[in-house]
Ligand binder design. Structure first.
Ligand code: ADP
Ligand code: GLC
Length: 485
């Protein structure tokens, strides 16, 4: 099949969270299966600064996008230096819009991603690339599913193209003043969206995508059910219920070529299920790096997370002081984001020097070292469409402590010392009592060496590779394209 993928993030060049790992992992898996995958993302200023380069000759443009207060210049280039055989990765270069980090805000953010959709479809036209599937990730790419019906409807290359919208995070919907569509010159799109603008005059691009895409997916089976309820639907549950026959939950996969303790290039020492000695060395190095003290027998509790309301970081901040006074453990925390949550973690580190360290950074190598060097990993999310860090943790012999929601519920089974079955500690309530119970339960297991060895080994044996999840996308795509057996 020919697959045109649009996304805001793609690892490693443009990563903020799990979206990047998933768009990269899935594209690579699909292209490894022989499908022709073309990926289009913006060329962010941050990529330019990191030395990510584009091929000199554009595949589209230079063109001018006629937004009302003057045109915005753009071109589409292939990413330089990507290996042949994998997905073909293209970037939309528009310095005026894409300067700075992956995400911006306000009207500029709407324009950035409207242009991504337009330019990606123009690339397909220019290259004569006729996709079977247009795969749109999150609201950022949702406009393309509409442009396929409005504006690009007459294009021959799209005569047999079906759109799929994958919802990675329903908490971000892309709501903007509807006037931005008029100003952006996207009049066909504006007409299609006119009925959608609510009483405040806002358009919601995720809502529009859910309404118009041919198929919808989200990133775990449990979350596919959750988002049809008011508690998790963020205002879109009713629409999702009406579209439920088009919605499927497909768990994210893991690229174990990159996330494995056997060969992770970011680890000072390697280890495996058969020989876990190296994990102790990674742990010791992590403690030294972060200035933490935790002799053998004192567990290290890790966190690698965007600091956002979704992630239950407030629960950590509220629960840890009492727990740290009562129990002996250390905390290695990596995360950046919401200033109030940053301040809360920083205060914890100040109050418990040598026992709590917080690194406020986006640091990929440290994320690997921290997941490998910790004994437990906290994922106390209020909602979690899939979650990847708990999957990585298990592979690295680090026991996840997770809340029973979304993909966390689908991937971590609460351990039972009596039977020896299970892979982590799973708590139900998103409150201090819930998290305290989840962490203390795991700390008790840690003190029982035999139980702990079993629990760690169970996790390391789990297999969430794309070889298991990828075929579900393949089946969905081939059914849409009418090619299924
Ligand atoms: P989300 O996509 O909601 O952020 P996931 O669990 O799916 O949650 O994915 C998070 C990804 O982002 C993982 O690859 C994790 O290692 C990474 N990550 C989160 N915070 C940081 C950070 N501060 N530095 C480096 N990597 C991070
Ligand atoms: C989102 C979700 C996370 C998911 C990731 C990749 O940002 O918050 O649960 O794993 O996307 O699908």
């Amino acid at each position: 099949m020919r697959i045109l993928t649009l996304c805001a993030e793609f690892a490693p060049a443009a990563k903020v969270g799990g979206l990047a790992d998933v768009t990269a992992g899935l594209s690579q898996w699909l292209s490894g299966r022989g499908h022709q995958v073309v990926v289009v993302l913006p060329y962010y200023g941050a990529m330019r600064a990191q030395g990510v380069r584009l091929e000199p000759h554009p595949a589209v443009g230079p063109r001018s996008w006629p937004v009302s207060d003057g045109g915005i210049g753009y071109a589409v280039h292939r990413l330089a230096g990507t290996s042949s055989g994998g997905p073909a990765i293209y970037c939309v270069d528009a310095p005026e819009l894409y300067g700075g980090a992956v995400y911006a805000s306000g009207e500029r953010e709407a324009l950035r991603f409207l242009l991504l959709s337009r330019a990606a479809l123009e690339l397909a036209v220019a290259a004569g690339f006729s996709p079977d599937v247009l795969h749109c990730h999150d609201w950022h790419a949702a406009p393309a599913a509409l442009m396929l019906r409005a504006g690009f409807a007459g294009q021959r290359v799209f005569r047999q193209t079906w759109s799929v919208l994958t919802i990675h995070n329903i908490g971000y919907q892309g709501t903007f003043d509807s006037e931005v569509l008029g100003r952006s010159g996207e009049s066909a799109l504006a007409a299609l969206l006119a009925t959608q603008a609510d009483s405040t005059g806002e358009v919601n691009l995720l809502r529009a995508g859910i309404t118009h895409a041919d198929a919808l997916t989200t990133v775990s089976p449990t979350h596919a059910l959750e988002i049809q309820t008011p508690a998790y639907g963020m205002g879109l549950d009713e629409l999702l219920r009406t579209r439920r026959h088009r919605l499927v939950g497909i768990l994210n996969g893991v690229d174990y070529r990159y996330w494995s303790p056997e060969h992770d290039p970011h680890l000072p020492q390697h280890y495996s299920l058969a020989d876990r000695h190296g994990k102790q060395a990674v742990r010791a190095a992590l403690l030294a790096e972060l200035g933490l003290e935790a002799p053998a027998g004192v567990p290290v509790v890790g966190l690698v997370s965007r600091l956002a309301a979704q992630k239950g970081i407030d629960l950590i901040i509220a629960a840890l002081p009492a727990l740290l006074r009562r129990r002996n453990f250390a905390c290695a925390l990596l995360g950046d984001g919401d200033p109030a949550l940053v301040a809360g973690l920083r205060a914890l580190a100040r109050e418990f020097p040598g026992r709590v360290a917080h690194v406020q950074a986006q640091d990929e190598p440290l994320a690997h070292r921290l997941i490998a060097g910790s004994d437990l990993l906290l994922v106390p999310s209020r909602y979690e469409p899939c979650g990847l860090t708990q999957l990585y943790a298990m592979r690295y012999g680090t026991v996840p402590v997770v809340r029973l929601t979304g993909g966390l519920a689908d991937t971590v089974l609460h351990f039972d010392p009596a039977t020896g079955a299970g892979t982590g500690s799973v708590f139900r309530d998103a409150d201090v009592g819930g998290l305290t119970w989840g962490l203390e339960t795991a700390l008790d297991w840690f003190a029982d060496r035999a139980a702990w060895e079993r629990l760690v080994a169970n996790g390391m044996r789990q297999d969430f590779s794309w070889d298991h999840q990828g075929p579900k996308y393949e089946l969905l795509f081939s059914r849409l394209a009418g090619a299924a057996p």
